[in-house]
Design a protein around this ligand. Structure first.
Ligand SMILES: CC(C)(COP(=O)(O)OP(=O)(O)OC[C@H]1O[C@@H](n2cnc3c(N)ncnc32)[C@H](O)[C@@H]1OP(=O)(O)O)[C@@H](O)C(=O)NCCC(=O)NCCS
Length: 138
């Protein structure tokens, strides 16, 4: 049975195998992951016993806007509604019930998010990527 949690006090090392499965998160370090968890407002994690099999996180002002990041389900557990449950738990979380608009960025999972009620019509996301703007070291 898969259980879901909004606690942040799990071992951050559990996230590293999940990060390796997502192109944008590959190579993240334990130190940065610890720091990221400290400053993230809400984390929803999915567990098969003691194994972390999915997670998603939110940055928010708790009133107007919330952005959803890093939704990843372990490849062995995909297609079992775990990703859907993580998103639903975020959208309906008591601490986020005042939030007007949830925003996220996706390269190729539009159909997944559309099945959960998200729309790509109203907004176009833009990014500034520090890695692409880094000056070469002298
Ligand atoms: C995208 C991801 C989180 C989906 O998680 P999942 O647990 O496999 O998805 P679910 O089983 O909850 O599927 C929920 C719904 O989305 C649909 N869906 C899932 N993945 C999909 C995909 N890649 N394309 C289209 N639809 C998809 C399912 O058919 C289901 O629809 P239904 O409720 O009408 O049957 C998972 O595939 C993943 O971690 N991928 C790698 C990381 C990634 O790309 N994350 C997205 C970041 S933007």
């Amino acid at each position: 049975m898969i259980t879901y949690s909004d606690r942040k006090d799990f071992d951050p090392a559990c996230l590293l195998p999940l990060f390796e499965q997502a192109s944008w998160a590959r190579g993240r370090t334990l130190e940065d992951t610890q720091e990221m968890l400290v400053h993230t407002h809400l984390v929803i994690s999915a567990w098969d016993g003691s194994r972390l099999v999915g997670y998603g996180r939110v940055l928010t002002d708790y009133v107007y806007r919330a952005s959803i990041w890093d939704v990843i389900v372990d490849a062995h557990y995909q297609g079992q509604d775990i990703g859907g449950q993580i998103i639903k738990q975020i959208l309906h979380h008591p601490r986020l019930k005042r939030v007007d608009l949830f925003w996220l960025c996706t390269r190729d999972k539009q159909a997944f998010y559309e099945s959960l009620g998200f729309s790509a019509k109203e907004q176009i996301g833009m990014v500034w990527d520090r890695g692409r703007h880094a000056k070469p070291t002298p």
